[in-house]
Design a protein. Structure first.
Length: 396
């Protein structure tokens, strides 16, 4: 089988890229190692930036998002038993965010792909990418080797895009001699729960507490998604439902009339946290997007949105190549994306280090965190910097 663009990974990045290429008249094939049910139900991010929503709408994948997504115009920060709201539209010229889970984005894009898009193969396990520097003028092309329906197969491509996550094989196509990796592993994790109870706030609440960080989020008007900072290696089985709710109550506590609503907990899980970047994001005819090239801690809600930004840039570059014959934008892809990647890495690190309590943190460092939060609450410039990064920078 031959295609112009072979896409490894059928998560939101791979599926969105396939949709954008289809709309530009560029053929592609998506290879996803998991089955459809797994892709449509794995719990991941739930916040979409303005730019992500805009591209989903323009690509034809925004109908259910507009009907069911929850529009948020800000977030609330809590510390020292006080609360302060950050209003996004007033600080960013009208930009906002949407609560719409990654599972729903994938469902929408899969439905479109199967209806009128390029081939999408589930349970296609990619083994290797070969020929990254192949010269197609001489008849050579990159090859993706994979297994599907019990058979070894090959996909011959003009270009390969790895959207196969941190543990995927696409990044291996970049030689170790030119690869640079940057990483930080955090000394704490997130303990996340889903609960069948309406959210206790209309918008997300980020809480700094001497007991550790907490986040109040939601999946719908009737389902809450909440997180607690916990030590690495925490076993969810050690936490009873009552203990979880009591700890959340303590960390969200403020002086004022506010109550944390409790309900049946339907899911529990622990999420380790890391920052990671691999450079360059391209080599020859192989390009990396999303978690294959970078990971951010979830505190800044950048993961899915950063992956979407990558493939928006890449789709424009492929469309430009098709329309003009120029590979200039493709050649600039890595440098173009890394500028945004490092901005998102810094913002995610800032949110994480400001709101979490390091196990070895000194009283001096805690006072620095409080000073930063006080600065955000008192300065429109500091608040605007947070709002602009959270709601999402424009994709140039």
């Amino acid at each position: 089988m031959h295609t112009t663009v072979g896409i490894i990974g059928g998560g939101p990045a791979g599926l969105l890229l396939a949709r954008l290429l289809h709309n530009s008249g560029i053929d592609c094939v998506v290879l996803e190692s998991r089955d459809r049910a797994y892709v449509e139900h794995r719990q991941r991010a739930g916040i979409l930036e303005q730019s992500t929503v805009d591209v989903l709408r323009s690509s034809g994948a925004g109908e259910r998002l507009d009907r069911e997504g929850l529009v948020h115009d800000g977030i609330e920060l809590r510390w020292d038993r006080k609360a302060h709201r950050i209003d996004f539209p007033s600080l960013t010229g009208g930009r906002r965010v949407w609560v719409y889970a990654q599972t729903e984005v994938c469902k929408d894009l899969i439905a479109l792909q199967l209806k009128d898009g390029a081939p999408l193969l589930f349970e296609a396990q990619v083994l290797a990418v070969e020929g990254a520097t192949a010269n197609i003028k001489t008849g050579d092309r990159p090859v993706i080797r994979y297994t599907h329906e019990g058979q070894d197969k090959t996909l011959i491509c003009d270009y390969v895009v790895g959207c196969d996550g941190f543990h995927g094989v696409a990044r291996d196509a970049v030689p170790e001699s030119i690869k640079k990796t940057y990483e930080r592993v955090y000394p704490y994790s997130w303990f996340g729960i889903l609960a069948d109870v309406p959210p206790s706030s209309d918008e997300l609440v980020y809480a700094h507490s001497p007991r550790g960080f907490a986040l109040l989020s939601m999946r719908s008007p009737s389902v809450s998604r909440l997180y607690l900072q916990v030590p690495n290696g925490t076993d969810p089985a050690d936490w009873s439902d009552e203990r979880i709710w009591d700890e959340l109550d303590a960390r969200f506590a403020i002086d004022g009339d506010w109550t944390l609503e409790r309900g049946p907990i339907t899911s529990k899980g622990v999420l380790p946290m890391r920052s990671f970047v691999s450079e360059p994001m391209s080599y020859g005819r192989v390009f990396l997007a999303g978690d294959a090239a970078h990971i951010v801690p979830p505190t800044g809600a950048k993961g899915l949105n950063l992956a979407a930004a990558d493939v928006i840039v890449l789709a424009r570059a492929f469309a430009n190549l098709k329309d003009t014959g120029s590979a200039e934008l493709l050649d600039a892809y890595s440098d173009t994306c890394l500028k945004r990647v490092w901005r998102a890495e810094h913002f995610s690190y800032f949110m994480t280090s400001t709101l979490h309590t390091d196990p070895d943190q000194s009283a001096f460092e805690t006072r620095l965190q409080i000073s930063q939060l006080d600065r955000i609450a008192s300065s429109p410039y500091a608040a605007a910097e947070l709002a602009e990064n959270y709601a999402g920078l424009h994709i140039g």
